[in-house]
Write a protein that binds this ligand. Structure first.
Ligand SMILES: [Zn+2]
Length: 634
């Protein structure tokens, strides 16, 4: 991916070298960061590291590990204990060591998807890999314990983490390298500046990427907050060229967000891809890779340095208390004030739902059609993005989390309340698994295939590459919405054109409204209908007779045919929408069955079944057998 943008200087994969990370500023809180347990040494004295304690078990070769809660030992200590990242040395090659992480937050759903810790041995493995054996997990007291074993490939120091890490140091390396190369290119405009500083004084990077079309002679005006000296501010552009903002890692432990972000950035910088060229021509991209650098550097899971969830303060951020959210919101409101703000995407990771999906605001029907079309188009370009998991519910704009903080303060909702902008999304991506229920059709120019599609496969583990494909699809989906995509998959899909897709989106809304009605009516019925259960977050439910009876307000009876006909007449659009969705679902199931059959036919021969998988998962000519392929950045 990176070679294509001209970054040909060999640079180590940025996330692959924790041993050379410097200890993060402000991390010197006097807490223990190294443990000697017999021959083995554990350490967490590097950027994003997290481990609270290590105690050898009575059984030789087994260790109990404790995760440090966010803001450990401070008055603002939180209950977030999920992110871990530590190094182990002193072992011999082929030695097997067992680890029990004994005080995690409950993450049963995640580990039931076969989530595994990842490991990396600098100088030995080329990339972060999942540990080879499944994790055992259980609830203990008020917490949660995972147990895993690892056979060390060598005597070198090996690092283990909850999920593939990406620290501030990794980010600095990547940003510096991208800057060095991108600034030399004459086919794009690139600027790296400091948007603001965190509570502990860490810089918050802001990248501007676009074409040189519409560039004005002046620089952008300084933003109106005290923490920033925008001396090297990016050049201003004609306000007709719209602003597309992407933010990531307000929640520090959600590293999949960064891998999606990097896929987005990599595609956007492609030199020759016509879609990337079109995107740069049409939008000015403002990208913020790490919103919460303190939290990332401290190895927190969800909080900043003060124990705060920064994604709950976008409604009224204070420059002294939440300088990170204040800086991001100031930037966004600046472009809103200029009339050029168009899209805001905030990237996150999710522990409960598989795959990748969007939380969207609940909008008026006309506006909602636009967000439904965008998310559907993203799914049509990426098998890892699952439209059916997307939420458009009103409840999800104000629901309170365990700490009693409302989503009204989240980036998505607060920015919508301030701007009424349609295209504001939270993109969630599971830490571990893609559901892969979405078939992706070929992109053609009418005569030949320009960009091959995917068939549906069974559940698949996410890798850095597949996370990155989601970032790419977020861009391609926006080109499709605007009908600017030279390789659109729309023509080869069942929707054929934007009008049919628009009609479908409209039907989808009607189906949601109707399923809400079913929900309230069926609450009166002794039978719980599946329609009610699926109501708002999962539209396009299949109505059952019990719901229809409930909607009718009686328990059935004579003239059934007539009544059914009348209900179906009233809801033609719903039925049409459902039949489209069901057709897609049936096709997915058939393809999955076919894949299973293929696997059985080869008698469990893994190499042959891998080959089949590779054949099925070709994307734009990029080989994507991710579990085998090393991550190569440059
Ligand atoms: Zn999050």
């Amino acid at each position: 991916m990176w070679r294509a943008i001209g970054l040909d200087e060999p640079v180590a994969s940025p996330q692959l070298d924790p041993s050379s990370s410097v200890e993060g500023k402000g991390n010197q809180d006097g807490r223990q960061r190294e443990w000697s347990c017999g021959r083995l040494k554990f350490r967490t004295d590097f950027d994003s590291g997290n481990l609270g304690d290590v105690i050898p078990c009575t059984k030789e070769g087994e260790y109990d590990l404790w995760v440090r809660p966010d803001c450990s030992g401070q008055a603002c200590e939180t209950k977030h204990r999920t992110w871990f990242y530590f190094g182990v040395s002193g072992q011999s090659a082929n030695e097997v060591v067992s680890f029990n992480v004994v005080n995690m937050n409950k993450q049963a759903k995640l580990y039931s998807f076969d989530m595994r810790p990842v490991y990396f041995t600098p100088g030995s493995t080329e990339q972060w890999l999942p540990t080879s054996d499944p994790v055992r997990h259980q609830a203990v007291n008020s917490g949660f314990k995972i147990s895993f074993s690892h056979r060390f490939e060598s005597a070198r120091e090996t690092f283990f983490a909850f999920c593939i890490p990406f620290s501030c140091t990794d980010n600095e390396r990547l940003m510096a390298t991208v800057q060095k190369h991108a600034e030399q290119r004459d086919d794009l405009y690139f600027c790296r500046e400091i948007l603001g500083y965190s509570k502990h004084g860490r810089p918050i990077d802001l990248l501007t990427i676009t074409s040189k079309g519409g560039m004005l002679d002046s620089a952008e005006a300084p933003l109106s907050y005290p923490c920033v000296d925008r001396g090297d501010a990016a050049r201003a552009f004609d306000p007709k060229k719209k602003i597309f903002v992407v933010t990531s890692r307000v929640h520090p432990g959600e590293t999949p967000a960064t891998h999606v972000f990097n896929g987005f950035l990599g595609f956007l910088l492609q030199r020759d891809d016509e879609r990337a060229i079109k995107l740069r021509e049409k939008f000015v991209f403002k990208l913020i890779p790490i919103v919460n650098p303190d939290g990332v550097s401290f190895g927190h899971y969800r909080s900043d340095s003060q124990g705060q969830n920064l994604n709950r303060f976008y409604d009224d951020p204070k420059p002294d208390l939440h300088p990170e959210t204040f800086a991001v919101k100031s930037l966004i409101m600046y472009y809103f004030g200029k009339g050029s703000l168009e899209v805001c995407i905030d990237l996150h990771a999710h522990a409960n739902r598989m795959g990748s999906f969007a939380y969207c605001n609940h909008l008026s029907s006309q506006q909602q059609i636009d967000t439904i079309m965008y998310t559907k188009l993203v799914a049509m370009n990426c098998p890892y993005f699952d439209f059916r998991s997307c939420s458009f519910s009103e409840r999800n704009m104000s629901i309170k989390d365990k700490n009693g903080e409302s989503k009204e303060g989240s980036n998505r909702v607060a920015l919508y309340r301030s701007t009424n902008l349609v295209h504001i999304y939270t993109i969630e991506t599971n830490y571990s698994c893609a559901s892969l229920t979405t078939a992706v059709t070929d992109a053609t120019d009418g005569t030949k295939t320009l960009s091959p599609g995917y068939k549906v496969q069974s559940r698949k583990k996410f890798t850095v590459d597949s996370f990155g494909q989601i970032g790419k699809a977020l861009l391609v989906g926006m080109l499709d919405v605007r009908e600017w995509n030279p390789y659109s998959r729309l023509k080869s899909s069942e929707f054929k054109n934007m009008q049919i897709l628009r009609n479908w989106a409209s039907s989808y809304i009607n189906a949601s409204v109707l399923s809400k009605k079913f929900k309230s009516l069926s609450a009166l019925s002794p039978k719980k209908s599946s329609v009610a259960a699926a109501a708002t977050d999962k539209p396009l439910p299949k109505p059952r007779r019990s719901s229809i009876s409930a909607a009718r307000g009686d328990g059935g009876g004579e003239n059934k045919k007539e009544r059914r006909k009348s209900i179906f007449d009233q809801n033609k659009e719903l039925i049409r929408a459902m039949s489209l969705e069901n057709r897609e679902r049936r096709r997915s199931i058939a393809l999955q069955n076919e894949a299973e059959k293929d696997k059985r036919a080869v008698g469990g021969d893994k190499s042959v079944s891998d080959k089949l998988n590779v054949q099925r998962l070709e994307l734009d000519g990029v080989e994507t057998n991710e579990n085998i392929k090393a991550v190569r950045w440059f």
